[in-house]
Ligand binder design. Structure first.
Ligand code: ARG
Length: 495
């Protein structure tokens, strides 16, 4: 088959240049979307009186045949085609001749065509990733729910900081991932504008209906300005960007899990299904799937970087550079999707060693803030109470004692020594600042690890999750309705 587009040119691409120039490989992912885009476009052309009924029927038949051949794995699309757009048009013409088939591309360009295809694929991918995030959130919430009373050291700078619970820690990631969901949903809404009908850059003299193709392809609206519609890729950059943020969040979570599955912490044990071993060290159980989640975040950041670099210096309008945007975008979708899935499975199947977590709180000075806060209720200011507590802690360490052995005198003596103040300290002070359950129950601030606070978060996030599932269902239903509309339109016009 000779090229559809090289009429003006005397010479062909040589094989190497053809392979260099073609986008067929990355286009395969949107093969069916490309056919659907053309079905919708040509139905609209006919409804607008631009395409004869007889030609439409032939085109619809040929396109449906090609879709079937594709599904049956019968098609071989080589580098002699610039892209799937050329391939499909050439194949339609081969099947029904250039008089009918030659009408299928009227009123559009590959520039708006490729964008409508990319956006259709991206919308599906964004929905799937959003679903994956809600699944992950559900799993983490379930695990969190069983651990809101299990004490754990909270760390800052890698050092013992304050008392917390494993459930409350997990809820922190629930909230981060819910924000990832929100970002993806908002990104989806901005992707959801139909570029088809913008033609190459400046529209068409044909009286097309851009709303009709939007309706048949499941877009909420048209991307109105034809220069914007064909030139912009900010929606692709935004997609890679929200996915990068998500990967950054899961990557940090992964780091905790990797660290905590080591012998020194031994807070969690990954299930064997998510672990690997060593080629030489027979004792090894490596959390390598979780390490890979962290590693693969680099791939998604790379995709974002690639996209941003591709578009930043381009003059307005289509340039062939833009053909390259599909490659990193697909990679970002694939890597993010599997990373979230693997993480979900790993969290669901890991075991949590609450005893080891509890043991770390024993003898720890993580309650020092609470001691200072108790003292600040007396005649000491917070800074004075802080200084008294620091001195008390130093004294305890020097005597090889812990907060469990704290006496009221330990505190009153330091207050007198440092500030000349006689303060009253209750004899129950040691329990208040060394018993993890009591310390947790003494927390008063909203959002703290107090078990009641965490329980409220679990409930509330459950509701939020339900709302988001409904939102996603609604988005999916709209796509199903569009697919039905397209099917019905094909039936009506071919009947
Ligand atoms: N293969 C191209 C791409 O992926 C399609 C648009 C090409 N347009 C053009 N005028 N060469 O971007």
């Amino acid at each position: 088959m000779s090229s559809l587009f090289r009429t003006k040119l005397d010479k062909k691409f040589d094989d190497r240049t053809a392979r260099f120039h073609t986008s067929v490989v990355e286009d395969l992912r949107m093969f069916e979307e490309d056919i659907d885009g053309t079905l919708a476009h040509d139905i609209m052309l006919h409804e607008q009186g631009i395409l004869e009924k007889e030609d439409l029927v032939k085109i619809l038949g040929a396109l449906q045949e090609i879709k079937q051949e594709w599904r049956d794995g019968k098609l071989e699309i080589g580098a002699e085609y610039e892209d799937v757009h050329e391939y499909i048009e050439a194949r339609v013409i081969e099947k029904i001749g250039v008089e009918a088939g030659g009408m299928m591309h009227a009123g559009r360009s590959r520039n708006d065509q490729v964008l409508v295809d990319m956006k259709m694929v991206s919308k599906k991918e964004l929905i799937e990733i959003a679903e994956n995030i809600l699944n992950l959130v559900q799993v983490i919430c379930d695990v969190a729910d069983t651990h809101i009373e299990d004490p754990m050291v909270l760390y800052t700078h890698g050092q013992h900081a304050q008392i917390g619970t494993f459930g409350h820690y997990l809820l922190a990631y629930v909230d981060q991932f819910l924000r990832d969901y929100q970002r993806i949903k908002q990104c989806y809404d901005r992707v959801n504008y139909n570029p088809l009908g913008a033609a190459a850059i400046g529209g068409t003299t044909l009286r097309i209906s851009r709303m009709r193709t939007s309706e048949l392809l499941g877009f909420d609206n048209i991307q109105e300005n034809s220069v914007d519609a064909t030139s912009s890729r900010d929606w692709a950059v935004e997609s890679a960007s929200v996915l990068s943020i998500l990967m950054g969040n899961i990557s940090r979570f992964a780091t905790d899990i990797v660290m905590w599955s080591g012998k020194e912490f031994n807070y969690v044990n990954l299930s064997d299904e998510y672990s690997s071993s060593s080629s030489i060290m027979p004792q090894k159980k490596n959390p390598s799937t979780i390490e890979l989640i962290r590693g693969k975040s680099a791939e998604v950041y790379g995709a974002l970087q690639e996209l941003m670099t591709m578009v930043k210096g381009l003059p307005t309008g289509y340039f062939q550079d833009l053909q390259q945007t599909k490659i990193p975008l697909w990679r970002a979708f694939d890597t993010t999707k599997t990373s979230v899935e693997v993480l979900t499975g790993a969290i669901k199947t890991m075991t949590v060693n609450t005893d080891t977590m509890l043991a770390q709180t024993k003898g720890s000075f993580i309650y020092a803030v609470q001691l200072a806060e108790v003292l600040a209720e007396s005649e000491l200011s917070f800074r004075e109470a802080y200084k008294v507590t620091a001195q008390v802690v130093n004294n305890l360490i020097a005597d090889d004692r812990t907060l469990e052995q704290l006496t009221a005198e330990d505190v009153t003596a330091v207050a007198k020594e440092l500030f000349g103040k006689d303060i009253k300290v209750s004899s129950g002070i040691a329990a208040k600042v060394s018993d993890p359950i009591e310390a947790l129950n003494n927390l008063r601030s909203p959002g703290s690890p107090h078990p009641a606070e965490a329980a409220m978060q679990v409930e509330n996030r459950k509701e939020l999750r339900e709302r988001y599932w409904k939102e996603l269902d609604f988005m999916k239903i709209k796509l199903v309705i569009a697919a039905d509309n397209l099917k019905n339109a094909i039936q009506t016009h071919t009947a």
